[in-house]
Write a protein that binds this ligand. Structure first.
Ligand SMILES: Cc1ncc(COP(=O)(O)O)c(C=O)c1O
Length: 424
């Protein structure tokens, strides 16, 4: 059982000015970025007195560098990586991690095909699409990956696909695609798999599984700001032998073993991919946040959040003219739901909730342009003409974090009931 979770976070009792006066803000925008946990900032208070440039030439710098590097083990342990076969590369965020991997794949063979899905955030699509031929797997009417289409595309392009890139959980509907099955099938066709886990690992237990398991996940990425740190600092974890072969994504200091005007020897991974000044505070915060989540117990978090989510769905289903997107009962899932009110634009709805009721919620495409267009039933032409007209298209999204309460859910649903009644 989890108690008093709100007390562990900054911003859970923040007041906000609304059209009806001052009220407690309700924060339901956790898939964008959640509130910051107090253990993270308490750890920073301990670290700041030894903060320095961090090169190991004195005891305090060594201590700082050690704490920073220890986060690699914390991450490995958290997602079941294998320290002898995997590397943990620090990146500024998930977007950079996927750009790094896409660059390595491009360098390995610019003519290969990357298979990804229509569910993805653009961070797991554009870095591939802009470099290599990228094929998209279609979706089911419930908003999940269509495994028949996946099978057909793996077969159609067998031997040419070297990487399947799939989200660990949709940032729009929370739906979790069957990525272990996808991994097994990808491996049968000689491809590796990347799971973009930035919306998954803070909500549900996840493992890369051992390398000799058929459903092993080859690459994983996630980051700190979506993990209650409020800071940049993320990771790309995966196949060390593969990642040791390629050039850095960014060039600069600290990535080489030797440089002269006639020769460059890059460090092995992770060093070659970590140019410039290390993000000591962001990365140490990520490690602290992972430990905090592990102490609470990811299973307990999952149970708590799913309870809140099911209550939210039950109540949302009673609101007149509310449209829910994707299969809201799809299981497994993370606690996010996207909706619209018939007759009201997604933008106006979010602003109404924000300025009148103090509810912080997302609206728009939220980076998953193709998925949202698909959920709205729009063709590319229709989406483009809405874009040209300035109206655009989108959904409104409520995403639960572990500090949310049943009162937060009631506040959202009551506001939606009220808005819906004013539209009739
Ligand atoms: C599923 C998914 N992948 C990737 C990203 C990009 O993450 P970041 O902006 O932290 O790099 C997001 C951001 O919302 C996301 O939801």
């Amino acid at each position: 059982m989890l108690f008093n979770l709100r007390d562990y976070f900054f911003g859970t009792d923040t007041l906000i000015n609304t059209h009806y006066g001052l009220t407690n803000r309700v924060y339901l925008n956790n898939a964008a970025t959640p509130l910051v946990s107090k253990p993270v900032i308490q750890e920073l208070y301990k670290i700041l007195p030894i903060y320095s440039y961090g090169i190991e030439s004195n005891a305090l710098s060594e201590e700082l560098a050690l704490k920073y590097n220890q986060v690699r083990d914390i991450v490995m342990n958290f997602i079941g990586a294998d320290s002898s076969l995997d590397t943990v590369i620090y990146t500024s965020n998930t977007t950079t991690a996927i750009n790094l991997l896409s660059q390595a794949y491009y360098e390995s063979d610019p003519n290969q095909i990357i298979l990804t899905t229509k569910m993805e955030h653009m961070a797991n699509y554009l870095p591939f699409r802009e470099k290599m031929k990228t094929v998209l797997v279609n979706l089911t009417s419930e908003g999940n990956v269509d495994m028949n289409d996946y099978t057909a595309k793996l077969e159609e392009y067998s031997g040419k696909i070297k990487l399947v890139a799939v989200t660990g959980a949709s940032n729009i509907t929370g739906i979790i695609p069957p990525f272990y099955d996808m991994a097994k099938m990808a491996h049968n066709h000689g491809a590796k798999i990347l799971v973009d886990a930035v919306q998954l690992v803070q909500h549900k237990a996840f493992s890369m599984k051992p390398h000799d398991d058929a459903s092993h996940i080859d690459f994983v990425t996630f980051d700190g700001h979506k993990f209650y740190t409020g800071q940049s600092g993320g990771v790309l974890v995966g196949d060390k032998a593969f990642l040791n072969q390629y050039k850095p994504l960014l060039y600069g200091g600290s990535i080489t073993e030797f440089v002269s005007s006639s020769q460059i020897i890059y460090k092995p991974s992770p060093g070659r991919y970590e140019p410039g000044y290390p993000d000591f505070l962001g990365i140490i915060s990520l490690g602290t946040s992972i430990r905090f989540i592990q102490e609470l117990g990811i299973k307990n978090i999952e149970e708590w959040e799913q309870g809140l989510y099911l209550y939210l769905i039950r109540r949302l289903s009673q609101i007149p003219n509310l449209i829910l997107y994707g299969d809201v009962y799809s299981n497994p899932r993370t606690p996010f739901v996207s909706f619209n009110l018939r007759g009201l634009s997604y933008r106006t709805l979010a602003q109404w909730l924000g300025y009148s009721y103090g509810i912080d919620i997302a609206s728009g495409l939220n980076g998953a342009n193709i998925y949202v267009q698909d959920l709205l039933g729009l063709t590319d032409e229709q989406a483009f003409s809405l874009y040209k007209s300035g109206e655009g298209c989108g959904i409104t999204r409520a995403s639960i974090g572990l500090f949310n309460s049943y009162t937060d859910i009631d506040r959202l649903v009551d506001a939606l009931f009220s808005i819906s009644s004013q539209l009739r």
